[in-house]
Design a protein around this ligand. Structure first.
Ligand SMILES: [Zn+2]
Length: 195
């Protein structure tokens, strides 16, 4: 009987934050975000889609405390979908000599569309990484995973356009302030005349 302790690799929970990333060209969370983006970008998502709701609620958390709403939504969805995760062993595509085991949805029990379930599980895995708020929709309508907190446009072209809009807003604001100052000055002059 082998007396050696098992190596750490036995956990291998898919997208586990503890699991080291061996592919340096992907940003943390990018692979986890893939099924979320695939679903969130679809035009035929059902109304009241829990994935969409969850992503949007997480965005709102920047401005208000909606944690109760989120917790209720997630737990209700898990119950309604009879979402059960099960261990699946597989060989590793990018490591020819390795195999691993991940927790994946049990399709014999799930009642929602596979793409929707994968997106939902992806959202929760992103949350565990602290990256769910990085699923964003660009002003152009494209959905994307922000590699950095400050990234709000999905590509350079949209970023420059957004900068342009910001510049236009600044110019309009400056013009408005000038107009306000002029009006105030005129008012003061009038007051001076009547004295
Ligand atoms: Zn865009």
């Amino acid at each position: 009987m082998p007396t050696t302790m098992p190596t750490q690799k036995v956990t291998g929970l898919e997208n586990d934050p503890e699991k080291p990333k061996n592919r340096s060209h992907t940003f943390l969370g990018e692979d986890v975000a893939a099924p979320v983006l695939a679903w969130y970008g679809r035009k035929d998502r059902p109304k009241n889609d829990p994935v969409t709701k969850l992503i949007q609620l997480e965005q709102r958390r920047e401005f208000e405390d909606v944690r109760g709403e989120i917790v209720a939504l997630v737990n209700k969805t898990v119950r309604r979908w009879k979402l059960v995760l099960t261990w699946v062993a597989h060989t590793e595509l990018d490591e020819p000599t390795e195999w691993n085991a991940d927790l994946r949805p049990d399709w014999r029990k799930a009642v929602a569309a596979p793409e929707q379930v994968l997106a939902f599980v992806g959202c929760l895995n992103l949350k565990r990484l602290g990256l769910l708020h990085r699923i964003r929709r660009c002003a152009c309508g494209a959905t994307f995973f922000a590699r950095f907190d400050h990234q709000f446009a999905h590509n350079d072209q949209c970023r420059l356009q957004a900068l342009g809009a910001d510049e236009a807003r600044k110019v309009a604001r400056a013009a408005y302030m000038r107009q306000l100052r002029r009006a105030r000055k005129q008012l003061l002059m009038k007051k001076g005349e009547t004295r």
